[in-house]
Design a protein. Structure first.
Length: 543
């Protein structure tokens, strides 16, 4: 069996570890034998001693030199190609990388990590080099890796802006000479979140997902937590929430919470004004990642009501500042808040100095509402709901009023729509059969949200192409589902929407389209069908 030896063969090898049948020879002794001051037979691809001891046999002139002995003059991974495979072809007028991402061909090379890669870990291979090799084995050559990053920043990053592109570009450039496990893993997570799912494979059977999860666990076991690892874990959690894996997403969010705790983010002194002035850029990115965690965690809680998953431990005895609070300490930023968004609308995702993230406010509002609703001892009062609803409405109008470079911030807007419907829904029940108790204010808010979603739905159904699906945020799927359920219950009475059935049909079509990008949409389609059949059954039994 491979990996096991008989007693006789082991004894023979032990007596003469330098024996090798390879005819090829290196001009130098290997690094392991030189370090141990042992005789080396210089055999290629591995000397006898390294073969016996199950070590990676390396020489000074090897491209795969260990991280501890890296030198820019010796190492250049810029042209690293997947072993045993030809470079990805680039025919004129066709981008095979983007074609693969959109699922228009069968990208078998994008499905999973090569299992043979893990064998090198037994020999003590450096984790940074291992992850770099894993990235190249999965994606391919340098141009393909750059395509993945570019596609991510031109799609998901528009509404989930958690990576400072300027710093990331520098780190990727350095990776080709100095492999980094954190950056390689982050790129694999970018590939995971931008890839169109295979309709014939369920999420838990997706080879790339399982490989990225395995790689993430491996990297976390080898190196300390870092900002890059937190970004990777957030993308994994976002993928799991968006593709119908709520329990896995809940565990991923728990890991993120523990990372933030290890960074000291749960301490008020970490966010002191002195530190804000000295470390404005670092703290701004930390703030973005914190609210990204709250954002995914809140959406996970609200989007899977049947799972009854509790919110993660993100409630603190102080409030972590929003990202725009640090702009006053950054060079070139003379404005802050919504005015900064407006002035930087053409450059809001490139570098930390001008990076904006209105989703932070949306995460705060939704999280606050959910904590109030789930509180067993201190449920929200009518005044609490009204105050929060007003604040969300103002924030929504401010975001929608900005001329964003890359369209709307659909992540923030749809999250706000969900919060508005959830905050005002209880008042609809009070008006059923008792119109004198109905506050028209709440009806108008919900109708305004539903009508806005309907206009967007019509646009999606009539003109959305497959590449444009990349800019559709997962919260939109739950928003239209929630609107459909409200119309089914109240459309022909309290909400007074005579075309409620037509709107539900439009929302269903939008979910069918969104399901080509986010598998969570299929869950809502099924729920709408069940609810509609139940309503139809009740009407038939009453007639």
């Amino acid at each position: 069996m491979p990996g096991f030896m008989s007693a006789s063969s082991a004894s023979s090898d032990a007596a003469s570890p330098a024996q090798s049948t390879s005819a090829a020879k290196s001009s130098r002794v290997c690094l392991n034998c030189r370090r141990k001051k042992k005789r080396c037979d210089k055999a290629l691809p591995s000397c006898g001693r390294c073969t016996y001891s199950l070590e990676v046999c390396q020489h000074e002139d090897d491209a795969a030199v260990a991280r501890s002995s890296r030198s820019p003059s010796l190492v250049d991974f810029g042209n690293f190609i997947r072993a045993g495979t030809a470079p990805m072809p680039l025919p004129v007028g066709l981008d095979p990388v983007l074609e693969s991402l959109m699922g228009q061909q069968s990208p078998s090379c994008w499905s999973t990590l090569n299992s043979s890669l893990f064998g090198s870990l037994d020999s003590g291979e450096d984790i940074h080099l291992f992850m770099f090799r894993s990235l190249c084995d999965t994606v391919g050559h340098r141009q393909a890796v750059e395509h993945v990053a570019a596609y991510y920043f031109n799609s998901v990053n528009y509404w989930f802006t958690i990576v400072d592109k300027a710093s990331f570009d520098i780190q990727v450039e350095q990776m080709w000479s100095y492999p980094s496990a954190e950056i390689a893993l982050l790129i694999l997570c970018m590939l995971l979140i931008i890839r169109t799912p295979n309709e014939n494979v369920v999420s838990m059977d997706d080879g790339l997902y399982l490989s990225v999860k395995t790689a993430s666990t491996l990297v976390q076991s080898k190196i300390p937590s870092s900002v890059s690892l937190t970004q990777s874990q957030l993308l994994i959690g976002l993928y799991e929430y968006s593709h119908g894996l709520p329990h896995q997403a809940y565990m991923s969010m728990g890991t993120c919470v523990q990372m933030t705790r290890s960074f000291g983010w749960h301490s008020k002194s970490f966010w002191s004004e002195d530190r804000q002035q000295l470390l404005a850029a670092d703290l701004k990115l930390s703030s973005i990642l914190w609210w990204a965690l709250v954002y995914v965690d809140s959406m996970l809680n609200v989007s899977y009501p049947d799972q009854k998953l509790p919110l993660s431990s993100t409630e603190l005895d102080f409030s972590i500042p929003f990202p725009e609070a640090f702009d006053q300490y950054l060079p070139g930023n003379t404005t802050a808040g919504y005015r900064a968004w407006q002035s930087n609308a053409d450059d809001n995702t490139e570098k930390i100095d001008t990076l904006v993230w209105p989703e932070a406010n949306s995460a705060y509002y939704l999280s606050t509402l959910l904590h109030q609703i789930h509180s067993p001892t201190n449920p929200p009062t009518a005044a609490d709901r009204n105050s929060l609803s007003d604040a969300i409405s103002v924030h929504t109008l401010n975001v929608m009023g900005v001329e964003w470079k890359h369209g709307t911030r659909c992540g923030a807007i749809n999250t706000n729509f969900i919060a508005l419907m959830k905050a005002n829904q209880p008042y609809l029940l009070a008006g059923m059969g008792k119109p004198e108790q109905l506050d028209v204010r709440h009806v108008n808010i919900i109708n305004s949200v539903i009508n806005s979603l309907y206009q967007t739905s019509r646009t999606i159904n009539s003109s959305l192409t497959v590449p444009q699906l990349a800019t559709v945020a997962p919260p939109a799927t739950f928003a239209v589902y929630y609107a459909s359920m409200l119309l089914m219950s109240h459309g022909d009475n309290v909400l007074n929407q005579p075309d409620w059935l037509h709107k539900i049909e439009s929302f269903q079509q939008s979910l069918r389209i969104a399901n080509r990008r986010w598998r969570i949409a299929a869950r809502y389609l099924n729920s709408i069908d069940i609810a509609f059949n139940n309503r139809l059954g009740r009407h038939m039994s009453m007639s």
